[in-house]
Design a protein around this ligand. Structure first.
Ligand SMILES: [Fe+2]
Ligand SMILES: [Fe+2]
Length: 280
């Protein structure tokens, strides 16, 4: 998937030159905790669940997948990042891993609200975890960017159109983090692709787009019922997710020498969370 999968399997030398400038991301993740807590305080966690049975089953299935998928400790990913040699980036990445674990906890809370258990394991999570262990830092981050790009519309729909206020609160909370995560992954990937010849980057872009299309397909199949419960059509989610990914890929592969994107601007957060037209 990248230009040097041979080095990817070592997880040591594929991430390019040691990046600089991730202090802005450490500061973002530190400051973001207050935002997260404020958003969580807005949710009436004890409110009765208002979801109809069919939609409830679909949302349970979807939340169970996300609860498992976001729960990793990131130890192997962080070890790869440490070997790439930028302690500021490692600190930022550690804080991102904690945010992902909090997403898992939020989906767990959502499952409690829906009256359903978490899963101990699911084959898709086990396969994805094993696959990621084989990859180098850059390829693993590339997969994160794919997953976060294609799922973003679902989180936004959860935030704005889920059939229950607690679920909307969870959606707002997750979407408000993920809109930044996309840019965080892009910033590190840009540095990882700096110095890679244009023709190689073009080839990576083609392969990467194929993977993104596959991931979008898995999302709309695996979470189709939950998407419907949030008023989304599968085809639209697939198209918008792959388009969002393509825009991210252009940022990474088209201008890898450019400076840091940094955290998302306020209007992007509002668009991702629907905070401008909140329904509670
Ligand atoms: Fe997440
Ligand atoms: Fe994320």
């Amino acid at each position: 998937m990248t230009s040097n999968d041979a080095s990817d399997t070592t997880g040591t030398s594929d991430a390019g030159p040691a990046p600089a400038g991730f202090t802005v991301w450490v500061e973002h993740f530190v400051a973001n905790r207050a935002t997260q807590l404020a958003m969580e305080r807005e949710v009436d966690w004890g409110a009765p669940c208002t979801v109809a049975p069919a939609a409830r089953a679909a949302l349970v299935r979807s939340f169970q997948r996300f609860e498992l998928g976001e729960d990793g400790d990131g130890a192997r990913l962080l070890a790869k990042a440490r070997r790439a040699g930028d302690p500021v980036y490692v600190e930022a990445l550690q804080r991102l891993v904690v945010e992902e674990q909090r997403h898992s906890a939020l989906f767990r809370r959502g499952l409690e609200h829906l009256g359903a258990p978490r899963l101990d394991e699911h084959w898709s999570d086990a396969v994805f975890t094993r696959l990621r262990r084989l990859l180098g830092l850059r390829t693993e981050l590339a997969l994160f960017l794919v997953a976060e790009s294609v799922a973003m519309d679902y989180f936004t729909a959860l935030a704005t159109r889920a059939p229950d206020p607690v679920l909307r609160g969870i959606g707002r909370r997750v979407a408000s983090d993920e809109v930044h995560h996309l840019r965080f992954q892009a910033d590190r990937l840009r540095q990882g692709f700096a110095g890679v010849p244009r023709v190689v980057r073009a080839g990576v872009g083609v392969l990467w787009t194929v993977v993104a299309a596959g991931a979008a397909t898995v999302l709309v199949v695996d979470h189709g019922g939950a998407l419907r419960a949030c008023g989304l059509r599968r085809g639209r989610v697939w198209l918008d997710g792959t388009r969002r990914f393509a825009a991210q890929a252009r940022l990474v592969l088209g201008t890898p020498e450019a400076g840091m994107l940094g955290p998302a601007p306020a209007e992007a957060v509002v668009a991702a969370t629907g905070a401008g037209g909140r329904r509670g």
